[in-house]
Write a protein that binds this ligand. Sequence first.
Ligand code: E4P
Length: 219
Amino acid sequence: MAKIFLDTANLDEIREARDMGLLDGVTTNPTLMMRAGTADLKANTLKIIEMVDGPVSAEVVSTDTDGMIAEARDILSWAPNVYVKIPTIPSGLKAMKEISSWPNGRRINATLIFSPVQAYMVARAGASFASIFIGRLDDAGLDGMEVVRQTREIFDIYGFDCQVLAASIRHTQHVTQSLLAGADIITLPFDVLQKMSRSPFTDAGLQRFLADWEKVASS
Ligand code: E4P
């Protein structure tokens, strides 16, 4: 079954999604931290962990291998369900190789993936999640979902122990297509999660049922 993560650092949104019973994990990034109005990555991540029974990703901000490794050592020590997000760049691949060799190091979310070969490389480097940025590929006039499909196929052919994470989701069609493409995880902005449970036809149908009931009940 595909897992649903929430792509936010906003605690109210996480609480709401948890109460809907549809929250398998959370992904954050520096932009989402900025939107949530906090620069305290550790404090915010610990608050999220209290609400979520599943993987919670926190991203490094260093771009050199040693800096990423040092940040990862700290982040992974916060809780057993914290995953460290490492950008898919050459220095990041080196960091992933090192971090994945640690006893607690198989908690890497390789981020900013835009091609199947990048996904192949992070799987080889020991990442547990390969985060493919569908919406940003679509924004550039490319086919983001095709990257998910091809990555799924490559991981299946070679039996990689790395989960395909559909990220940068813009609308509910992306969710449907990610499910059909065999994504292991889909990380959703809160507004997309809300839209998934709604249809104007459902609202109109409900209004009609209630109006008819009113008629018969008052007759
Ligand atoms: C993934 O983990 C990222 O946080 C995210 O999906 C980025 O998406 P965006 O293109 O909406 O910023």
